[in-house]
Design a protein. Sequence first.
Length: 183
Amino acid sequence: MKKILLIFLLINFNSVALSSIKENIINNLLNTKNLSFNFEQNINGKVETGNCVIEYPKKIYCKYNNLNGKILVSNGKSLVIKTKNGIYYRYAIKRTPLNYILDKKFLINQIQSLKQRVINDRFINFTIFKDENEINVFFDIENFDLIGWQTLDIYQNLNITYLSFLKKNQILKKKFFQLPSLN
C-alpha cells in the first residue's frame, strides 16, 4: 500500500510540476512584447549566425554575419530575404513556419493544449502540427524563455535555430521592420 501511495504522489507531483512549467512559459510569453537575440541557424548542415529582433505579432529583422550581408525582414505580412549582391526573395509570411513562430497568441493557444517534453532536464519542447508544418519550439526550463525552434522551410530543408543572449522588451526603432527595396 505504501508503494502505491508513493507512486501516486510521484505521478501527481510530476504532473503538477510540468503544468507549472507550462503556465510559466505562457506567462512569460504574455509579458513579452519583443525579443532581441543572437542566433545560430543550421539549415541542412550549413551554419549561419547573426542577430535578430522580433516584435509580436509576426515582425522580425535579422542580420546575418556573412560576407553577402544577408538580411531577413518581416513586416507581419511579407517576408523578404535580401543580400548585398542584389538577390531578393519575397514570400507571404503565411506560407512559412515563421507565421506561427512569430505569433505569440498562436503559440500560447498551442502550448495550452499540447503535451510538453523535457529534454536533458534543460529544455521544454512543444511539437506543433499546423497546415502541413511540423514546428518544434524550445524553451529554457529555468527562465522559461524561448531558446529556439526546428522546422522544415518552404523548400523542405531542415532548419534549426538556436537563440542566445536574449533580451526582452527593449525599446525598438520601427524602421527595423520596413521591407527593403529591390535596389
